[in-house]
Design a protein around this ligand. Sequence first.
Ligand code: GUN
Length: 291
Amino acid sequence: MSAEIIDGKAFAATIRGKVAEQVRHLQDGHGVTPGLAVVLVGEDPASQVYVRNKGQQTEEAGMASFEHRLPADTSEKDLLALIARLNAAPAVHGILVQLPLPDHIDSAKVINAIDPAKDVDGFHISNVGLLATGQKALVPCTPLGCLMLLRDRLGSLAGMDAVVVGRSNIVGKPMAQLLLRDSATVTIAHSRTRDLAETCRRADILVAAVGRPEMIPGDWVKPGATVIDVGINRIPAPERGEGKSRLVGDVHFDSAAQVAGAITPVPGGVGPMTIACLLANTVTACCRAHG
Ligand code: GUN
C-alpha cells in the first residue's frame, strides 16, 4: 500500500473542538447558545443512527439539540406546520429534516419551506442558487467536509482535474460547485457517462459518490491522485458462517490504495466530517442571526 490514509475522524474531532470554542465565545460574549433542530419522520434504521449521533455531538459541542421524531404517517401539512414553528423559534438557528422522507411527502416542498438562513443542510433552493453564483451560502455538509480534506492535503486546487462520480443534489452537484469555486477543472460523471474508467483515470481529484459498493477499482485511479470516497455501503453478513456485516465505500479500497497518493477510508474518512460540518454550519447560522 502506498497511499496516505486521510484521517477524517481526527480532522472532524479538530473541527468539533473549534466549534465548541466558538460556542463558548457566543455564550460568554453574547449570551447566545446555538441551537439545532433535527426532524426525523418514520423509523428508517440508518436515519435513526444518524439522528442519534447528530444529537449527541451537538450537545457535546455545547449547543442546544432539539429532536422531533414523527411517525411515518405524518401528513405533509403537519410537517410543514412544524417547520413553520421552528422557523419562528428564536432558540433554533439550524433546521435539518432527515432525508429520505416517506413517499407521500414532497421533499422539495418541505426543504424549501425551511427559512434559508436556518437551512444548515444547504439544500434550500436559495442556498443552492447562492452557491452556484458564488455568493455567501450555507453549503451542504458532506461536500463541505470533502473540500476541507482536499484543501488540507493539497493546498490550492486551482487547475487540477477533478472528477465527481455521482450527480445527486446532496453530494455530487454541490461538490462540483465547490471544486469549481476553488478553480479546479470539474467533470461530473454518472451512470450514463460513456467511458467512466477513462474519465476517472484523468482525475487528480476523484470524488466517488454513487452509492454502489466498491464500484471504482484501483485501475481507474490515476497514480498519485487524491481519492475521496463518500460511499457508505453496508454489506450484509453471509447467511451462513462466521462473517459480520461490514461497511465499504464506493471505491475498492485495497486496490485503489496501491495507486492513489491519498485516500479516505470507509469508515473514518468522509463520514465523521459531515456531522462536524453540520455543527459548524449551525454556528455560522447563529453568528449571522446575531451578527
Ligand atoms: N440523508 C443522508 N444524508 C443526509 C444529509 O446530509 N442531510 C439530510 N437532511 N438527510 C440526509
